[in-house]
Design a binder for this molecule. Sequence first.
Ligand code: SF4
Length: 357
Amino acid sequence: MVSTRLARYPFFEEAREEVAGRAERLVDVVDDRVLERAEERVTLALRQGETGEIASNARVELFSYPVARAVVSVVDEHPVTRRYAWAESVTARDRFVDDLTSDSSFGSVESARVSFDDIVDEFGMEIRETDESGTYEMEVGDFLELASGMSDEEWKLVNREVDNGRVRVTRDDVLELSREAVRERVADGLPLFVPEEARDAVEPAVENVREVVADADITTEIDRVEESEFPPCMETLLAEVREGEHLEHHSRFAITSFLTNIGMDTDEIIETYEVNPGFGEEMTRYQTDHIRGDTGPTEYTCPSCSTMVTYGDCRNKDELCETISHPLGYYRRRLEQLDEEEDDEEKTDEAEDDETQ
Ligand code: SF4
């Protein structure tokens, strides 16, 4: 029998081992109930930012987690993956808090809950209690590893009490860092390679998730990099990056968010920036992940034309600029024009072929 504890925390190492011990292939765990719950995990993540109530059957709940990861992998849209990992982590934190504060959530089934020490051990955090009740000390390295993915000021080391290589944290801090550890663990490796058989088995859920994505307009709909079609402002900023110029924060945010919004991944952006020694990899990776929303629930959109004007980033305007209000609108329009031109060329080539035959 699958334990309720593993069903509630399917990303724990022990849960992964349990699944691996019960089935060699992912497709072997997919049945109607598992697939239904997996789909629910993902659709609730997209709609409500959480993954819902635990299924009444622990086996179904446990297996629905790897199947949900497979569904997300087949959908293969970055905003979906990001929201899913975030929602799993938020649900996990709520359950941690519930386990630590309530003594009635599972009646007498004590083993269904986790303790504070279980959570800390699961994520390999080295912490020790201080003399002051409710506060702990944590290795700076452990703290930074998780806090570097969090954007609020309170997670910056300069805003923390640090003594002898250890950072002072509260119990709530530890739970929030654990949430971040869950998010990283859920997102790790996504999108996964999903073998053909498993892909077919999860297809009904994938279709339904795609409908939710379309209804909610979750993706930016642009996933294409055509540098020749960039708006003049972005063309200019990118040229400056490549020439090694120093860019103000707002300019750097504008170009990074634009490249992110059109579907470039973090490594591609880092590669683009590497020619500029002022764009350190670590900082670029942090900023890019943050803009992409990997480190929080928000995915940032590049600034509108009016904001670009305010910061002096609107440069080299052309005719098309007079008809749009956002650099992404400009880029979309140019892509449409490019597609039309390519269609026309194809038709002309076909006509010429017909004539020569
Ligand atoms: S009008 Fe908009 S798209 Fe055109 S250069 Fe200015 S900011 Fe860029």
